[in-house]
Design a binder for this molecule. Structure first.
Ligand code: KG4
Ligand code: ZN
Length: 333
């Protein structure tokens, strides 16, 4: 089955053509970062306007690169939520228009299910059941996955998402937006044990996360210094912050796997592009005999191939959404 995936939940306009939910024929991502950067975060109104301008060229490029004419596409998968409603509506409207004109089945996809499904695009299929950690700019959630479509939420952040914490700490240090990639790079030159930042809720009894206290701890550290940190002092600060985030993510994810006696862990979402998180997950997986599956970094951050992969699970079973499909700003998985 050839599926056209469409993603516009936040600040990436993306389209992809994926064969049988696995093989990426094309994946085009147009980032809006340059338009939001100066505001230090995503401005919803700008996001929806940019999606509107970019969506058609991006879809055209995805079809062109794949070498697949629109009339050969067999289904459309579009992000229905969670996300910014104005942005989601752009993707949904174009998906509906194509589905109606070409008489194609269409399915609305949960963005978080998309992140988890990214793993099947390049990796081998994980063995069910498995634990999934979705860690992005808007979410930090742990799931038990029995099969595609059957998810049980084990825990989630009570305040900031991990990616949000990266972005806020980067903002405190004037490192630009988004902060994850730059903190990842700078941390390689820093000492991860330079500052003992807190590991919140790191108890046996909870699979929930909390990152706002950590962000405040970094702020308090900056305030308590006699002078702002020099350029060469920043790597130690961000490496210590990153280590605190990674430690908690790794610890809780493995604890979830141990408590359910599962032997596969999938990690995805933008923060799963983090090199330290990938390394520590892999090392512990090797030690404990647990398979760790993390999509390549380009498939961890928002893209439409993952939406096509998730939609394929449903479309191949004949499940479709009606043309009355609406955007959902919140949609728990
Ligand atoms: O999944 P995503 O592209 O969008 C959402 O669904 O939120 O995730 C974006 C988030 C941002 O907060 C960004 O700072 C973070 O992922 N991120 C990273 C890295 N690359 C992106 N965080 C840590 N390390 C990275 N290398
Ligand atoms: Zn995402």
């Amino acid at each position: 089955m050839l599926v056209l995936g469409i993603e516009s939940s936040c600040d990436e306009t993306a389209a992809a053509v994926v064969r049988n939910g696995k093989e990426i024929l094309s994946s085009v991502v147009a980032s809006q970062i340059p338009f939001h950067e100066k505001y230090g975060g995503v401005v919803p109104e700008i996001a929806s306007r940019k999606h509107l301008e970019t969506m058609t060229p991006v879809i055209r490029e995805a079809l062109g690169t794949a070498g697949i004419p629109l009339h050969d596409i067999q289904g459309i998968a579009v992000t229905q939520g969670p996300g910014l409603v104005g942005s989601l509506l752009v993707g949904i409207s174009v998906a509906k228009a194509i589905a109606y004109v070409c008489g194609l089945p269409m399915i609305g996809v949960n963005h978080l299910e998309g992140h988890i499904s990214a793993v099947i695009l390049e990796n081998s299929v994980p063995e069910f059941p498995f634990i999934a950690l979705v860690v992005s700019g808007g979410h930090t959630s742990l799931y038990e996955v029995k099969e595609w479509g059957r998810y049980r939420l084990l825990g989630a952040t009570r305040d900031d998402a991990a990616g949000e914490a990266f972005d806020k700490v980067a903002k405190l240090l004037n490192l630009g937006y988004p902060g994850g990639g730059v903190i990842d790079r700078l941390s390689r030159e820093g000492r991860a044990d330079a500052f003992p930042f807190p590991r919140a809720l790191n108890t046996k009894y909870s699979f929930d996360f909390s990152f706002s206290g950590l962000k405040t701890a970094v702020l308090n550290h900056l305030i308590s210094r006699p002078s702002p940190p020099q350029r060469d002092e920043i790597p130690d600060i961000v490496a210590s912050f990153q280590e605190a985030v990674v430690d908690v993510l790794v610890e809780k994810t493995f604890r979830a796997a141990e408590s359910l006696d599962y032997h596969s862990i999938v990690v995805s979402g933008g923060v799963a592009a983090n090199s330290r998180l990938r390394k520590k997950m892999q090392e512990r997986g090797d030690r404990e005999g647990i398979a760790i599956l993390i999509p390549p970094s380009s498939l961890c951050t928002d893209n439409a191939a993952m939406i096509a992969a998730a939609g394929n699970h449903y479309l191949e079973k004949g499940c479709t959404s009606p043309l009355s499909l609406n955007a959902l700003s919140r949609w728990p998985l």
